[in-house]
Design a binder for this molecule. Structure first.
Ligand code: SAM
Length: 458
């Protein structure tokens, strides 16, 4: 198969990036914007030794599950690459993505439960992070005609798409972002320029509460001090949107792809919003981790809560990669004792406030790297929760987790690939997998969260 070849392909399923997978003479071809069940005329755009990539030239016969995406920018944005597939079919193929990923790493098949969903596949995303840029050239950081634009980068580029409507997050967030662009332009605020680290506004970060509709706005600025333009913008936001509870200015003057800088200043209102999980109210700041889909997160937390209630009597729990100790705190009423370990000091601060507000007395929160903490402890826990970032835990952490855990590991993962790699290590070290339960935390995208229950047999 060569670049430029025209082939007719039948789409079998989706790969982990959400591209359609087809076979031509047993050669695997990946096609973006395809839907399982489509018959497509395609042009090969990349031919490798083991696989090829192709683009759609013509949809010969559309799948019965192909639908019109809600978002006109779906194909260029790449954020929700499954929007053209009926939601029930997305779920069917996401389960297959998890099964295929685990099979490719472990070499044997594993049963995966049907995904548990949120109520709605739209307006679920409660954290938005848009980079901001200026159109036109800046002179001495000023451009009289500067237009601000904000949105997502085209996949694999730093080319910004100016987004005015995104069906994935609550509609009020679009209104706030448009307001920031227009008012920012009126105040003469310039957007960031990566090329020479100039310009003022780098990112707009919004957090929305499903619990009470409150919103926290964080404006990431390319500076180490606040100027009057941003103070005016902050006041204007608070005065124009009754649900905005606070506007925080985050300072990030470094030449980096990391979104948030180290320090912040609350320019208007307060620096947190509240969200409810499993009957408890949590304080969330702009820089702390919190699940982006609270409806689905609630189902995941209740699932784990029910598992523990049905299988343990007052266990001792270790909650690692704890964030604001959401697991530790929601599970504390079932546990004798909980230790939550988290690296980010602000998250730990939020956790301690929630523990106080709810009069919880059996949760200890530790600011530490997970590995450093477990390496030096001698005590043992009945259950360990692992909820690492996308890259997973790795062998050194897992070795120590096996040493300090008596009975069960509950592994929460947003990456099927790193989950599979860590499961392989655990299986090779005497563990068995009781179940793998996907949660569709990210509808219309190929991403999926999984909970794996792992038994130790000590
Ligand atoms: C996927 S989040 C999970 C947070 C929490 N369990 C929840 O559901 O809200 C991962 C968390 O791990 C923290 N983290 C990252 N690396 C860490 C490390 N080496 N040790 C401890 N915490 C870490 C991050 O700050 C983040 O809060």
């Amino acid at each position: 198969m060569n670049t430029g070849d025209i082939v007719v392909l039948n789409i079998e399923k989706l790969n982990s990036e959400g591209a359609g997978l087809a076979r031509s003479n047993n050669f695997v071809v990946f096609i973006k914007n395809a839907c399982p069940g489509d018959t497509l005329k395609c042009k090969i755009t990349k031919a490798k030794k083991n696989y090829a990539e192709a683009e759609i030239v013509e949809i010969i016969t559309p799948s019965q599950y192909r639908i019109e995406p809600k978002c006109k920018l779906q194909k260029v944005c790449g954020g929700c690459s499954l929007q053209h597939i009926e939601y029930s079919e997305q779920l069917k193929y996401k389960k297959i993505i998890v099964e295929d990923t685990i099979f490719s790493v472990l070499g044997n098949k594993m049963t995966v439960n049907n995904p548990i969903t949120a109520d709605a596949p739209y307006e679920y995303r409660c954290k938005i992070q848009y980079p901001v840029r200026s159109r036109g050239k800046l002179y001495n950081n000023v451009n009289a005609n500067a237009r601000l634009y904000a949105g997502y980068f085209k996949p694999g580029t730093h080319e910004l798409i100016n987004i005015k409507y995104c069906p994935i997050h609550p509609h009020i967030c679009d209104e706030i972002i448009e307001f920031i662009k227009i008012t920012g332009e009126e105040l003469g605020i310039t957007g960031y320029r990566e090329e020479d680290n100039s310009g003022e506004l780098r990112h707009i970060v919004l957090r929305y509460s499903k619990y009470n509709n409150d919103i926290l706005v964080t404006l990431v600025v390319n500076s180490e001090v606040i100027n009057t333009k941003f103070k005016k913008l902050a006041d204007s936001l608070i005065n124009n949107f009754k649900h905005i509870k606070g506007v925080v200015i985050n300072f990030n003057a470094r030449k980096t792809n990391v979104i948030l800088g180290e320090s912040s200043f609350t320019a208007a209102g307060c620096d947190f919003i509240e969200e409810k999980l499993s009957d408890l109210v949590f304080k969330i700041s702009g820089d702390t981790f919190f699940q982006v889909n609270p409806d689905c997160a609630n189902r995941m937390f209740n699932f784990i809560k029910n598992y523990i209630a049905n299988n343990f009597n007052s266990p001792k729990l270790l909650d690692t990669y704890a964030g604001i100790a959401t697991f530790g705190i929601t599970l504390s009423s079932l546990c004798k004792e909980v230790v939550s370990v988290e690296l980010n000091e602000h998250s730990v601060h939020n956790a301690i406030e929630t523990i106080k507000d709810n009069n919880i007395t059996n949760v200890k929160v530790v600011v530490s790297d997970t590995l450093e903490y477990i390496k030096q402890i001698q005590e043992s826990f009945d259950i360990t929760i692992l909820d690492p970032p996308r890259k997973g835990c790795g062998e050194e952490v897992l070795k120590n987790i096996l040493r300090v855990t008596g009975d069960t590991i509950i592994y929460v993962s947003c990456s099927p690939k790193s989950l599979a790699q860590d499961l392989k290590f655990l299986l090779n070290n005497g563990c068995t997998i009781e179940l793998i339960q996907p949660f569709d935390m990210f509808p219309n995208t190929p991403h999926i969260e999984n909970v794996a229950i792992i038994k130790l047999h000590k």
